[in-house]
Design a protein around this ligand. Structure first.
Ligand SMILES: *Cc1c(COP(=O)(O)O)cnc(C)c1O
Length: 836
């Protein structure tokens, strides 16, 4: 018999490790533990590291002596230990494959409210995927910025206007530690910006088995302007943004290397960190003593760029003068290329001296693969990137997609989880890793059980809303009587809708307010009343967004609304978590196709909430009639169409959502509603989980990119040297290619096709001569490659046979670089020649 694993003694250090691990689950056990240590602080901040920083060591020791506390810590440690000891998905599915490490770069991370360095969706994607990668055992090291002020905090004045506040993040009360160098000293790195050398400091947060490294510029040795670089997320002017992106991209890559890491894959979460592409190549140049173009060829094979915006205006762009100011020396002295060559990487028209420098173009030109974040966003992105691939059909623009997902353990209600736990005996079982499915669990419970969980969750949410409201009102000077009244107007049996997101115009946060009287009638219906919770911030520079916010404030304050609309100020992860756990329906009304993916609606799924949303982003691929409700007709429209969308939204609420919720059987259970809950959970929970997302990233991108990168690097970058020569020669001689003649001969049901080309100095093996037929009717799009028949001097002929099913007129001949070259075409080499 093997002895049971020795459990380490429980000490204050054990608590500290729990407090600092960002992968820790908000289970009810966890809740109980921190409540026991300091209930008030826990309720207000959900920040265990803050609590520990305020409790004297002796008191902690004493607490840990208490059986109750000891038992809780033991339970949490054991659960965590069990998780760590289980073989991970990556270890069991991809053991021994070439992927040592992924470096993930993002401007923001939403991991917990204890680490407020996020604004919204982008940080949510980064945080949830980082946690999922940890759960799955995918080795990821994330890199980001330690924002001293994070994103602004919102206060709503009595006049209904938003005030932006910037409290300081105190590093001593956040779950981060200084990053140490090999000698155990805090890491400090020097980075050259024009005219000034700045010091970067490194921090780290633990996320299960993975780490998040954070950069900070607030070093007293830095000039004030440099100390402020890591001050406000999405704050400051364009020049400040450029400095931030230089620090994140170039400083971030140096920090990784200084920490001893040499990743195979660089994953750019949006274009903000695209300068990392240059720095990765620079480092390769210096190490391998090769030119910049060879180094870029080698390293880009391991770079993945994920684009997040569906509109060109969403890309970061900088005037060429600004880029010259900061990067001229870097280009010439460090990369050994001209400033013009660097600028060309960020331009559509490389030769146009006036075109701004676009970070998404730099990321694309430095990537081995590019992806969008939903199916529809993939289509939109291929369209907006098409000009980088002139004359290529839009379907061939090299942007794939991986639809976002959310980290279930972060967003599922601890109470609901505890109930599922009783049934299943394990933490969130719906990981989509084949252990057990949502369907199996749902089959074990009856409608009454499901509905009780839902009722309980709604009630919990209202409790949170009351306390949040009470605090806000008290801060703004309301009397205890007013506070009492405000809280008493929410009712636990009422249909509860949630609407929370950035107040940006494209999200159309006022679509519901198109006809205020009609909304008022829905909310205050005497028999079937509805209550609505609203939250969201408008960027301090966005006047239109702030006006929309004030519009909601005025509506909520109307006497006849009688408190049926509550605006929760300062939308953050905590408010989001309570809302998605408790609402019955989550509303989302973006203007299609502006919502690249959206994730908030996914968070309600496992909690039994339903979605009523525009057919945009993830919902365009998730929606089915029996599991939610859809606004829009699946097409894009001008703003004049908003009224029609609003009309549809009201009708859905009046004729379907509200009646369905209030139609009860003899036991007061809304059976049709519960049926939808079951469908929604069964179809969508696993599909829109971050586990599924990270598995897709790993198999479709990380593993192939890692091996492509290693191949190009092997033997002193031999393959990279070879491929970059090929690229240069194909580019130089491509204009010599020409179609001389194409002959079609019909014989029975077969065409015999011969093509004769002038190749000039191009070798026939380097190209593919193809016949392309677009999809028509039932016929799918096809591409046939012709075989080389004869090559002599500057000429060659190619041939193939095709069925006569489709007419000759359906086909067009073209030449592209050969797929046999091992290049990503058209991403790395967008050359193409059409017959006509
Ligand atoms: C999930 C989440 C988001 C992203 O929401 P979308 O509206 O779907 O983009 C933004 N902010 C917070 C606080 C969130 O929790």
């Amino acid at each position: 018999m093997t002895p049971a694993t020795e459990r380490p003694a429980i000490t204050p250090e054990t608590l500290r490790r729990l407090a600092f691990d960002q992968s820790i689950r908000w289970t009810s056990q966890n809740d109980d533990l921190w409540q026991l240590i300091d209930n008030d602080l826990w309720q207000l901040t959900r920040n265990p590291s803050l609590i520990l920083s305020t409790v004297p060591e002796q008191r902690l020791e004493a607490l840990l002596q208490r059986a109750e506390c000891h038992r809780l810590v033991e339970g949490i440690v054991e659960a965590q230990q069990a998780r760590l000891e289980r073989p991970t998905w990556f270890a069991s599915q991809h053991y021994g494959e070439t992927l040592a490490r992924v470096a993930y770069f993002s401007m923001e991370y939403m991991l917990s409210e204890a680490l407020p360095i996020y604004s919204g969706g982008l940080g949510n994607v980064a945080g949830d995927q980082l946690k999922a990668a940890g759960d799955l055992g995918v080795p990821v090291t994330a890199v980001g910025m330690l924002w001293q002020h994070g994103y602004f905090r919102q206060s709503i004045g009595p006049d209904g206007h938003q005030q932006a506040l910037y409290p300081v993040n105190d590093t001593r009360q956040m779950p981060i530690e200084p990053l140490l160098d090999a000698d155990g000293a805090p890491l400090r790195l020097a980075v050259q910006l024009p005219g000034l050398q700045i010091w970067l400091r490194g921090w780290q947060a633990t996320v299960g088995l993975n780490r998040l490294l954070l950069l900070d510029t607030n070093d007293p040795a830095n000039p004030p302007i440099a100390r402020l670089i890591a001050s406000e997320l999405y704050g400051g002017d364009n020049e400040m943004r450029l400095r931030q992106e230089l620090v994140l991209g170039i400083g971030g890559w140096r920090l990784l290397e200084a920490a001893g890491l040499r990743p195979d894959v660089l994953h750019l979460n949006d274009g903000h960190a695209a300068f990392a592409v240059l720095e990765r190549a620079r480092s390769h140049m210096a190490r391998e003593r090769v030119s910049f173009s060879v180094a870029l060829n080698a390293t880009r094979a391991g770079n993945l760029f994920t684009t997040h915006t569906p509109v060109e205006a969403g890309f970061d762009r900088f005037p060429p003068e600004l880029v010259s100011k900061y990067l001229e020396r870097y280009a010439e002295y460090e990369l050994g290329i001209s400033l013009q060559a660097l600028l060309a990487m960020g331009r559509k028209q490389p030769q146009d001296p006036h075109e701004p420098f676009n970070m998404a173009y730099l990321a694309t030109r430095g990537a081995g693969a590019v992806n969008a974040v939903s199916q529809l966003h993939g289509r939109t992105s291929r369209y907006i990137f098409r000009e980088l691939y002139p004359r290529w059909p839009v379907e061939s623009v090299p942007v794939g997609h991986v639809t976002n997902g959310i980290h279930l353990p972060t967003w599922v209600s601890p109470d609901a989880e505890a109930h599922w736990y009783e049934l299943h005996g394990d933490e969130i079982p719906w990981r989509g890793t084949g252990e057990s499915s949502v369907d199996e669990l749902l089959a074990q419970v009856d409608d009454r059980w499901l509905w009780q969980i839902r009722q309980h969750a709604r009630n919990e949410l209202l409790g949170f809303v009351r306390s949040h409201l009470a605090r806000s009102l008290a801060v703004h000077g309301a009397s205890p009587a007013e506070i009492e009244v405000a809280g008493s107007r929410l009712h636990p049996e009422r249909l509860t809708l949630g609407f929370a997101r950035r107040f940006a115009s494209y999200k159309r946060p006022n679509l519901l307010l198109q006809d205020p009287e009609r909304l008022a009638a829905i909310l205050t219906h005497p028999a079937y009343p509805v209550q609505l919770l609203v939250a969201g911030k408008a960027h301090p520079a966005d006047r239109a967004g702030q006006a929309l916010l004030s519009e909601w404030q005025r509506f909520a304050a109307r006497a006849d609304i009688a408190g049926r609309v509550v605006f929760l100020e300062d939308y953050d992860m905590r408010i989001a978590r309570h809302m998605v756990q408790g609402v019955d329906v989550w509303l989302n009304t973006p203007r299609r196709p502006w919502e690249a993916s959206g994730t908030s609606g996914m968070k309600v799924l496992a909690n039994g909430g339903l979605n009523l949303s525009q057919l945009d982003g993830w919902w365009a691929e998730a929606y089915a009639a029996d599991l939610g409700w859809a606004v829009g007709d699946g097409l894009e429209h001008e703003p004049e169409h908003d009224a029609a969308d609003a009309e549809q939204l009201y009708r859905l609420l009046e004729e379907q959502v509200v009646p369905c919720f209030y139609r009860r059987d003899e036991q007061h259970i809304p059976t049709a509603w519960v049926k939808r809950m079951r469908r929604s959970m069964s179809e969508l929970v696993e599909r829109f989980s971050a586990d599924r997302t990270v598995r897709e990233y790993t198999e479709r991108y990380y593993l192939p990119l890692a091996s492509a990168y290693r191949q190009r690097c092997a033997d002193g970058s031999a393959l990279a040297i070879h491929t970059s020569r090929r690229i240069t020669s194909l580019r130089s001689y491509w204009h010599e290619l020409a179609f001389e003649q194409i002959e079609w001969q019909a014989e029975g049901d077969t065409y015999r096709i011969g093509a004769r080309l002038h190749l000039g100095r191009i070798e026939p093996e380097q190209i593919a001569v193809q016949l392309l037929a677009e999809s028509r009717g039932n016929e799918p799009a096809t591409v046939h490659t012709l075989k080389l028949q004869h090559h002599e001097g500057a000429y060659a002929s190619f041939r193939t046979e095709l069925s006569t099913r489709r007419p000759v007129a359906d086909y067009t001949a073209r030449v592209v670089p050969s797929p046999e070259l091992g290049l990503a075409v058209p991403l790395e080499l967008p050359l193409i020649l059409w017959q006509r």
